[in-house]
Design a protein around this ligand. Structure first.
Ligand code: 6CS
Ligand code: FE
Length: 300
C-alpha cells in the first residue's frame, strides 16, 4: 500500500523538524460535502467548518451505552487483545487506558461504524466514501485518570502513519457523563485551520510510550499560548451517548481526573478513501495496523 514519491519536498505539512517551527496555514477544508449529502444541514456544516467540531446529542441510547461499556470490559480482559498490544495500560499499573482496533474485535462496534447515524455524517463531512483509520475505547478512571497534553491528531497521523492531508474526522461518543471536572476534552475552536509544526525527531517505536504520554509531536508552550489567545478554549461536556465530531487537526487535550466519576468514550476515526496512507512523513517505520489501519476498503 505504500506509495513512493511522497518525499519531504512534496510534504505540505513538514513536522518533527530540528528547529524553527512555525504555524502553517491549512490548505484543505474541514467540510467536503454538501447539505444534501447527509444529516447535517447548512448551518451545522458551516459551524463545523468554522470551529472544527460539532456536538450531536443523544446519538446512542442508554442500552447501547451500557453495551459499549460492557464491550470495553470484555475486550480489556481478553488475553488475545492484551498479548497483541491492543490494550494500553497506564505506566507502572494494570489500569486500562485504551483498547485499540475495537471495530474489528467487537461485532457491536463493527455494526455501529456502519450505522447511518454515524456513517452518513462521516461521509458527508469528508465528501467521499470513508474507512476507519483508528478505533479505540478510552477509559479514564476516577481519582487516578491521567490526561493528554495539547496536540493535533493529524500531526501524529501525518508524521507516524503517513496520512497525507487533514481529510479525516474523529467521532468521540461519550460512554459516561462528561463534566467540566472529570478530565473532559478541551478544544481550541478554529485551531484546525493552522498546522503547528513540532520540534524533535520521532524515536524508534515511539507508539510504545506516546499512547500513555505523548512527548514528541506536541506544540511548544509559546504556540499553545498564541493559539489560546487567538481561538480560546472550549470544553466538551455532555450526557452519555453524546457524539463529538472533530476535525483531525483541532488542537485539543485533557487534564487529569481526580474526581470519583470515571470517564470513558468510544473513539472512531474516519478517513477519506481519497486520502489513504502512504509512508510515514516523519518516522522510521509505520505503526502497527491496530493503531493505523491500512485496510482502505470503503465502509458500506
Ligand atoms: O497516537 C495517536 O494516534 C493518538 N494519540 C495521541 C496521544 N496523540 C495523537 C493521536 O491523538
Ligand atoms: Fe487526540
Amino acid at each position: 500500500a505504500e506509495v513512493q514519491g511522497f518525499t519531504n519536498s512534496h510534504d505540505r505539512y513538514p513536522t518533527r523538524i530540528a528547529s524553527g517551527p512555525s504555524m502553517l496555514q491549512r490548505n484543505e477544508p474541514a467540510v467536503w460535502g454538501k447539505p444534501a449529502d447527509g444529516p447535517f444541514d447548512a448551518a451545522a456544516l458551516a459551524g463545523h467548518e468554522a470551529r472544527g467540531f460539532t456536538i450531536v446529542d443523544d446519538v446512542l441510547g442508554a442500552g447501547e451505552v451500557t453495551s459499549c461499556r460492557e464491550e470495553l470490559d470484555r475486550l480489556a480482559r481478553d488475553p488475545s487483545m492484551r498479548d497483541s498490544g491492543r490494550v494500553i495500560t497506564e505506566r507502572g499499573t494494570d489500569e486500562v487506558r485504551s483498547v485499540f482496533d475495537v471495530h474489528r474485535r467487537s461485532d457491536m462496534v463493527a455494526a455501529l461504524i456502519r450505522d447511518g447515524r454515524i456513517l452518513d455524517r462521516a461521509r458527508q463531512l469528508l465528501g467521499s466514501d470513508v474507512y476507519i483509520h483508528q478505533s479505540r475505547i478510552n477509559s479514564m478512571p476516577g481519582f487516578k485518570g491521567t490526561g493528554f497534553y495539547w496536540h493535533s491528531d493529524f500531526e501524529t497521523w501525518h508524521a507516524e502513519d503517513g496520512l497525507p492531508v487533514p481529510r479525516a474526522v474523529s467521532c468521540s461518543i461519550t460512554l459516561t457523563e462528561n463534566y467540566p471536572f472529570n478530565g473532559s476534552l478541551m478544544v481550541m475552536p478554529g485551531s484546525h485551520k493552522r498546522f503547528v509544526q513540532c520540534v524533535g525527531a520521532t524515536p524508534e517505536n515511539n507508539y510504545t510510550s506516546s499512547l500513555v504520554e505523548q512527548e514528541v509531536g506536541v506544540p511548544r508552550r509559546e504556540d499553545v499560548t498564541r493559539m489560546a489567545a487567538e481561538f480560546g478554549i472550549d470544553q466538551f461536556t455532555g450526557a452519555a451517548g453524546t457524539a463529538l465530531w472533530f476535525d483531525s487537526n483541532v488542537m485539543h487535550g485533557s487534564g487529569n481526573n481526580i474526581t470519583p466519576y470515571p470517564r470513558s468514550n468510544l473513539f472512531l476515526v474516519f478517513n477519506s478513501v481519497e486520502n489513504t496512507l502512504v509512508a510515514p512523513f516523519a518516522a522510521p517505520r509505520p505503526r502497527p495496523e491496530y493503531i493505523a489501519s491500512r485496510d482502505f476498503t470503503p465502509l458500506s
